[in-house]
Design a protein around this ligand. Sequence first.
Ligand code: G4F
Length: 327
Amino acid sequence: MTRALITGITGQDGLYLAELLVSKGYEVFGLIRGQNNPKYDLVRTTVPEVTLLTGDLTDVSGLVRVLGIAQPDEVYNLGAISYVAYSWENAALTSDVTGKGVLNIIEATRLYAGDDISKVRFYQASSSEMFGKVQEVPQRESTLLWPRSPYGVAKVFGHYMTINYRESYGMHASSGILFNHESPRRGPEFVTRKISQSVARIKLGLQDQLVLGNLDAKRDWGFAGDYVDAMWRMLQQPVGDDYVVATGETHSIREALDVAFRTIGVDDWSPYVGQDPRFMRPAEVDLLIGDASKAHDVLGWTPRVGFEELITMMVENDLREQSDLSR
Ligand code: G4F
């Protein structure tokens, strides 16, 4: 039985990846932070097969202990402080967890492997946020990185540290440069879920207005359930490498609003949507669109869920969830 350790098990991607690996017959371990973590029950009910181990990406000795217990063949580092806007107010903490945390877990993994570095494979969740002020359209593995947020800077550190461990120690270490990926499990602080939840609440008469920041930014949005499959495929290759994972389509926040409001039968959303500088960022990433041809060619990976289907799925899920809650 192949054994895997997932950090960030409580997040959207952690849950989808755990389900995928369990369906493939893996024994899955998840790193969970702190005592009485409120997300503990969420993991327990969603993927009861997972064994949860307590630890923190900022604590190397704890990570060494967890690796010793899990004895993984594959380590997926999905743990991070992942909300970009928060990273300006908490730049040092974001750097510690999202940046240095990568060094902590990859070094702990190297120590766990000991003399046999081939005994374990490592996945790092890199991000299209690293492209920031984009230097090429579309963005690919070779595009110069120009991060625009403390979060993006921290991800660049983790990305290059992963490459460095591959080159320095011959480690099977891969970095997935994932563009935005969403689902009904997305946290409500991210724009797609904020929109889908608010649109559902407006339809049900539970909310009047949706207040957002910049409506003109463009993102390459895919479905998280498709993207975890790309992570797994990376670790099945003979050697580690870096891959862009994206749909190759870009859409603005306005277009996301068009699709979401159409789902509830509203064509003109302007009376329902306001803007507030509170939700604007000190430095914006204006346009992201990925070229995932390497992932297609080498991994045989293609996204299955398109933009409209994704947003509609999220609104429909929130309509169900919100009407259950309001009963
Ligand atoms: O949904 P977002 O917060 O995602 P963002 O910043 O693109 O980051 C996400 O994707 C990255 C991959 O590129 C991940 F690495 C990262 O962890 C995260 O998953 O914001 C998307 C866009 C931004 O341009 C933002 O300015 O939506 C714009 N936006 C406009 N109004 C808003 C809002 N974003 C949020 N969160 N809330 C708003 O009210």
